[in-house]
Design a protein. Sequence first.
Length: 117
Amino acid sequence: MAAEHSSPMIDPAIALAKAIAGALVLLPGCVRLDAGQFSPIATYGPGERVDGIAVTVLPDRVQVTVALVARYDPSRSLFSLADEVREVVNGVAQLLIPLPVRPIDVVITDLEAEGQG
């Protein structure tokens, strides 16, 4: 009789949320991810959660919401930062899940000046 190997199931939503979080912390303009205070934005899995990123895997697509604190830069539009966040999310998702990602919502919860925090 062959030995049975049980490997833990990897939750695709948690895996994607962790990968997105890792990529976004490297993005200039993103100070940190923010789960929010009253209605948390997070992805929950068995025994863990990823704050600031809500991933929902549906049969035909993946929905992602990112909440972050942005670096205040008067020379840079928050719209352009949101577009960059969407590009990062889409790029990471394409590597991990063979489904289209839509929508990708970006919530900027606060601004932080250089040296603040």
